[in-house]
Design a protein around this ligand. Structure first.
Ligand code: ZN
Length: 355
């Protein structure tokens, strides 16, 4: 068989084996067999050297035609195999994009968080920063440094949650006296912790949860949320306190509200006052919400007691300041006219979704 006949046979054979290849691996094997370094085409062309010079060009041209035909066939077959593989993959992983999606319900801020953030925003606008402290507190920060007498009624186990019972762990306990660890009853300990570590001037807000041994009723919860404010600077007066709280009340309840300061007693401020705002429901004429008085009590405040400055090593002759505290739950109840503050913590979505 002449070389040209061998090449023609190889071409026909090659196209047949390419057409028969049913996978990428089989196709590659056919390619190596036909065109590889040790493949059949190379084998045939090895006989080229034995031919007379004038016959070689015709054989070379035939070899090129066969090579091109085989290469074209390989390319076409590879494209066909790839397309088939993709079709199979798509068929296996069917995705129906017409199915309805799963709706993710959009939540909203809880009323307490919302009012807390609102008040924080009001005060951040006039230069205050937010301070934090632990909810499990030591007696020193919760009472002693805040000028509470040793026999102050708030220190009794009937008013305050003590965390460690004096009678247990007495043998192994190495921390503070067991009776000194309690759930903070107000956010005021943050005043002490801040003054211990920060040099005046101090302008802070301290929002957070506080705990008292109250039986839940429409106006009391054993856990509620307070917002503390503290200012320490030179020459701070009661007029500064009054102006600041007037501003706060107008920002929360609207520009029409009036405020009233009534003398009161707190161990850690002197003088102290309770602040009422004019009733938003009746406008001050008297109604069920304000119990006929036209006023609603919303916060306590006063000038920082010199004994408190002394407890944190600040000179009361040099520094002066004021503090205030308000119940966020109570403000929520007033602003949204809630008949019972327990609704705030019951987690009833029908109630919460209204706001
Ligand atoms: Zn009223």
């Amino acid at each position: 068989m002449s070389l040209i006949e061998q090449l023609t046979a190889l071409g026909a054979d090659g196209l047949a084996s390419i057409a028969a290849a049913d996978s990428a691996a089989a196709l590659d094997a056919a390619r190596v067999d036909l065109l590889g370094k040790k493949g059949r085409l190379t084998g045939i062309l090895r006989g080229l050297g034995a031919l007379p010079a004038d016959e070689r060009p015709a054989v070379g041209a035939a070899a090129n035609r066969v090579r091109t035909a085989i290469e074209d066939a390989l390319t076409t077959r590879k494209a066909a195999l790839d397309a088939a593989a993709l079709d199979a993959q798509l068929a296996a992983g069917t995705l129906d994009i017409t199915l309805p999606g799963r709706a993710r319900p959009i939540g909203a801020q809880h009323l307490i968080s919302r009012i807390r953030d609102e008040i924080v925003e009001v005060f951040c606008g006039i230069g205050y920063t937010v301070a934090e402290g632990p909810e499990v507190e030591l007696d020193f920060y919760n009472f002693t440094a805040l000028n509470h007498e040793p026999q102050h009624p708030a220190r009794s186990a009937s008013d305050t949650f003590y965390v460690v019972d004096r009678s247990t762990d007495a043998e192994t306990w190495t921390g503070p006296e067991p009776s000194d660890v309690l759930m903070r009853t107000h956010t005021s300990p943050v005043q002490i912790r801040t003054m211990e570590h920060t040099k005046p001037p101090i302008y802070i807000l301290a929002p957070g949860k506080v705990y008292r041994r109250d039986v839940p009723d429409p106006t009391h919860l054993p856990q509620f949320t307070q917002m503390e404010g503290l200012v320490v600077d030179r020459d701070v007066t009661f007029a500064d306190l009054r102006g600041t709280l007037d501003y706060l009340c107008r920002e929360i309840f609207g520009s029409q509200v009036r405020t009233r300061f009534r003398p009161h007693f707190f161990p850690f401020t002197e003088p102290s006052a309770e602040v009422d705002v004019s009733c938003n429901v009746c406008g001050g004429t008297g109604c069920r919400t304000c119990k006929g008085t036209g006023w609603i009590e919303i916060l306590g405040c006063g000038m920082v007691d010199p004994n408190v400055f002394a407890a944190v090593g600040l000179d009361p002759e040099e520094w002066s300041g004021f503090a205030f505290g308000l119940g966020i739950d109570r403000i929520a109840a007033l602003r949204y006219d809630l008949p019972d503050i327990r609704m705030l913590v019951e987690g009833d979505m029908r109630f919460l979704r209204q706001f």
